[in-house]
Design a protein. Structure first.
Length: 221
């Protein structure tokens, strides 16, 4: 059948509509393609939580921190048990005075006449049987020989006290009695020649009589 003008016109309109639709679809496709790259692109990685905190964390020294330890009851008891017992000052003075007198000699001409002169001087700081013994003492062979050697060299023997303390194992002093150990230095100075020094010690028993401390015994003698 021959195509009429009306049908031909409708077909042209349809073709235009189809072309317009195709162009619209193409435009949408292009739009989606252009934006799709950014829409579907992999998002930037979020900052790792541990790395973030590590960056803001202050550096910690590898050196361990030292803290002062608090003394335990056991440590305190041990310290108290090992603490030295202090002797009364008057008791220490009596021990010092006796030792200096007892260990000092002067063999220079016109001074001491024998080794026993030192014992007589020391008796002034003693009481009881010890005082009587020191005043009556006569030197033995060893002391006599020592005195002759000092006399020949005209030696002055001086004593200086280093320490007065409680002897090991001795009980603590009471109000009226106790023990003391005196460590002292002896210097032998001849009229000519070099001096010599030595250190010695003596244990003393002391008692307070009439308010005054006196030496009443030599436990090691």
């Amino acid at each position: 059948m021959p195509e009429t003008d009306d049908r031909r016109a409708r077909r042209g309109t349809f073709a235009l509509f189809t072309a317009a639709a195709a162009l619209g679809v193409l435009g949408v496709a292009l739009l989606l393609t252009g934006s799709g790259g950014s829409e579907h692109a992999e998002p930037p990685a979020a900052p790792n939580s541990s790395s973030h905190h590590a960056g803001s964390r202050r550096a910690v020294s590898s050196t361990p921190r030292t803290t002062a330890s608090r003394p335990t009851a056991e440590t305190s008891q041990t310290s108290l048990a090992e603490a030295p017992v202090s002797l009364p000052a008057p008791m220490q003075k009596a021990a010092r005075d006796f030792t200096i007198a007892w260990a000092s000699h002067d063999a220079r001409p016109g001074r001491d006449t024998s080794y026993d002169d030192a014992s007589s001087r020391a008796a002034a700081y003693t009481a009881g049987d010890l005082a009587a013994d020191l005043r009556a003492r006569r030197s033995g062979t060893a002391a006599g020989q020592q005195w002759r050697e000092w006399t020949e060299r005209r030696v002055q023997v001086t004593c200086s006290v280093v320490q007065v303390s409680l002897p090991d194992g001795a009980p603590a002093p009471t109000r009226d009695g106790g023990f003391a150990r005196v460590i002292y230095r002896v210097t032998e100075k001849p009229t000519s020649g070099p001096s010599t020094e030595s250190v010695a010690n003596v244990a003393l028993k002391l008692r307070r009589e009439g308010g005054t401390w006196r030496v009443v015994g030599l436990p090691d003698a």
